[in-house]
Ligand binder design. Structure first.
Ligand SMILES: [Zn+2]
Length: 257
């Protein structure tokens, strides 16, 4: 069914959640917009105004690396200041009470971890922009460390002091291979679900599109909460096109309030 209003959406979702043994949420940009994180790919989003830097360019060109870091630091106010929203806190509550093993996310903003879900149970398909790694030796670098060296070199992206490799935010760039380990774990978690809840994702971009179908074929019930219709609405048990925060807020328990 398509929920006609927020009240009905909450009632229907409550019944599904109460009846479920293993709830697997799958999240996209829509869950973070109330936190001030822009939706990069939406109409009017950053990638419609500014061409993304392809991974091959990042690897090949110092100028591309400098520009990539300039853009990242320009967005630090949004990413650095963001706090979990109602959707994140509701999912953290389901996790805390043992109803959910974690979350599969397309987001790179670290807000599921910030809401209290253990990092090992947040499966990030597109990586994480709140820290950086060396592309060669995988050493981790924190953003203030990168920033200090970038500023000291007048806007030149630093290299890894250990191996000389390129340092990049821990995100999956356009043109960069999907992380196999995250994909495998996302499939495992999806197949463990008896209730799969896609939240704030248009479910268009591969591999996001594969998971709701995988869950449904495996016998799980499917809920889709998204502002706009998706091509999986027809096979969903419940479709909600209302505000994500408003619909999920009643599922926040006191520990995550
Ligand atoms: Zn290195």
């Amino acid at each position: 069914m398509i929920a006609p209003d927020v009240k009905t959406a909450i009632e229907e979702l409550r019944a599904l959640v109460d009846g479920a043994g293993c709830i697997v949420p799958f999240t996209g940009a829509g869950i973070s917009t109330e936190c001030g994180i822009p939706d990069f790919r939406s109409p009017g989003g950053i990638w419609t105004k500014m061409r993304p830097i392809d991974f091959s360019d990042f690897v090949a060109s110092q100028e591309a690396r400098d520009e990539s870091w300039r853009r990242r630091f320009a967005m630090e106010e949004q990413f650095g200041g963001a706090r979990p929203g109602r959707g994140h806190r509701a999912l953290a509550s389901l996790y805390r009470i043992g109803k959910s093993p974690g979350v599969v996310t397309q987001n790179i903003d670290n807000l599921h971890q910030a809401s209290g879900i253990s990092a090992e149970h947040v499966i990030e398909l597109h990586g994480n922009t709140t820290y950086a790694t060396c592309l060669d030796c995988a050493a981790r670098y924190e953003l203030p460390w990168v920033r200090a060296r970038y500023d000291a070199a007048n806007g030149r992206a630093p290299s890894c002091p250990t191996c000389g490799g390129h340092i990049k935010t821990a995100t999956v760039s356009f043109g960069q291979q999907m992380p196999e380990d995250a994909m495998r774990r996302a499939e495992e978690m999806t197949l463990s679900a008896d209730l799969f809840v896609a939240i704030g994702s248009s479910l268009v971009v591969w591999p996001a599109a594969g998971f709701p179908l995988m869950a449904k074929r495996n016998g799980a019930q499917l809920v889709i909460i998204n502002r706009d219709p998706t091509e999986f609405d027809d096979i969903a048990d419940l479709v909600v096109r209302h505000d994500i925060g408003a619909v999920l807020a009643p599922f926040i328990t006191r520990a995550n309030a």
